[in-house]
Ligand binder design. Structure first.
Ligand code: AMP
Ligand code: MG
Length: 427
């Protein structure tokens, strides 16, 4: 299927205006622009963390494979219990985990059983050992202590043979990796990881190792973006810093588009920027330049480059270090998740009470760096990290989340509940 042009996506989006796009417009646009990758690989449960399933995993077995005991105790038939009466049972054998008891239990008899041992035929209930009185070869269970079926794990109660144990689009976390192994499966099918190329642009940007000079700053965006990409599970192509020069930019864009599924750049997309980055994006691809109704992170370029018959997504992020991280979290991450085939629900927002007044005009989305803590009143409160300048990267380090003041929202008073996009697991 050929990808839709930017123009056709824009036509379908109600109220699309590249000069004042809302955050939700941007995400709606990107969800139409991104075509998921379709190449499949097989990986073992050890290689699977962070990968996305390309097919349902159908359980070849029941887990657990047999009814078994959830406790150390005595297995017996629940029908031997009678309301209001204690139950006396004779112990006729022992069932160990990994060593079943193959005898036959009559009414009034029980089997000593260990956790995980297969339930002997005809028995459905286990009384934990600490709840019985033992005398010689008899145990006594007090009246009305248990119901039939208690303390027994049923065959297939975790996973049923023939049914999907995991669904396509699931991102493999530690639990899913263990679950695959519990099915005895040596491998699972996952989508190929996306290859994402990144370079910073700007004549004032220094690479590590270069001598400081007046007016120049060390490149930090490369390190934040590459780290966020790694966390997301992308293969990264680090292309360093590219100076603001047409030939250098053209070479970099072509090389990136040749190898990668997506290119991310930072810098050079602001309005009035006297540089060649925007011009080169325009020359080499189908690219829209947006002003987004948000803070920080207003300017952004999005589109597609074609190189050697391949299609490559382009995200031209702003230059300011905090704006880069915020636009990545708000837009690039969900777009890359879609590219990865990861069917992730939108990030859940946490509700916390603001310790101070947050001034806000309706008509744009604001992201403020906050520290969420549980206070002595038992509630979650969020306070600002201080200077909210879009270049103040130290505030991103102090923060554990971004307070999201939504498009229509107005000033939040001290004590009001606000939404927070938590960093945990993402940054
Ligand atoms: P620009 O969007 O290119 O106008 O950049 C906006 C601001 O971000 C300027 O102060 C730049 O110096 C700064 N900046 C741009 N790129 C980087 C980078 N890779 N690392 C750190 N700061 C940057
Ligand atoms: Mg610049």
């Amino acid at each position: 299927m050929s990808a839709p042009s930017l123009e056709s996506i824009a036509e379908r989006l109600q109220g699309y205006d590249p000069q004042t796009l809302t955050v939700s417009h941007v995400n709606a646009f990107l969800s139409q622009l991104v075509q998921p990758l379709r190449d499949v690989e097989s990986v073992s449960p050890l290689q699977a963390p962070g990968r996305v399933l390309a097919e349902d995993v159908i359980s070849p077995i029941n887990v657990p494979p047999h009814d078994n005991s959830a406790m150390d105790g005595y297995a017996f038939a629940g029908a031997d219990m009678h309301p209001g009466q204690s139950t006396v049972l004779r112990v006729v054998g022992t069932a160990l985990a990994g060593k079943a008891w193959s005898g036959k239990c009559e009414s009034g008899e029980c089997v000593r059983i260990m956790t995980g041992a297969i339930m002997p035929a005809g028995l459905d209930t286990v009384v934990p050992q600490e709840l019985v009185q033992v005398r010689d070869d008899h145990v006594t269970i007090a009246a009305d202590l248990l119901s039939p079926g208690e303390n027994r794990r049923l065959k297939g109660e975790d996973l049923m043979q023939g049914l999907p144990a995991l669904r396509t689009g699931t991102r493999m976390g530690p639990a899913a990796c263990g679950l695959v192994a519990s099915l005895g499966l040596p491998s699972v099918k996952v989508w190929r990881r996306p290859r994402v190329a990144y370079f910073s642009t700007g004549d004032e940007i220094l690479s590590l190792g270069e001598a400081p000079r007046e007016g120049a700053v060390y490149d930090s965006n490369r390190y934040t973006v590459l780290a966020m990409l790694e966390r997301l599970g992308c293969e990264v192509l680090d292309m360093g810093v590219v100076k603001d020069h047409p030939e250098l930019l053209e070479t970099a864009f072509r090389k990136a588009a040749h190898q990668a599924d997506a290119i991310i750049t930072s810098g050079g997309v602001s309005v009035g920027e006297a540089d060649f980055t925007k011009a080169m994006m325009k020359k080499l691809g189908d690219v829209a330049f947006w002003r987004i109704a948000m803070r920080p992170g207003r300017p952004m370029a999005v589109g597609r480059l074609q190189e050697s018959g391949r299609d490559c997504l382009l995200f031209g992020l702003p230059g300011n270090p905090v704006a880069v991280m915020v636009t990545f979290m708000a837009f690039v991450r969900p777009a890359l998740q879609q590219l990865m085939g990861w069917q992730a629900p939108p990030l859940p927002l946490l509700k916390a009470r603001t310790t101070e007044r947050l001034r806000k005009k309706p008509g744009r989305t604001e992201y403020q760096r906050g520290i969420v803590e549980r206070q002595s009143d038992g509630q979650l409160w969020v306070r600002l990290t201080g200077n909210q300048g879009s270049g103040v990267l130290s505030s991103m380090v102090q923060a554990n989340g971004l307070i999201v003041l939504h498009h229509e929202q107005t000033t939040a008073e001290s004590g009001d509940w606000v939404d927070v996009m938590m960093f945990d697991g993402y940054l």
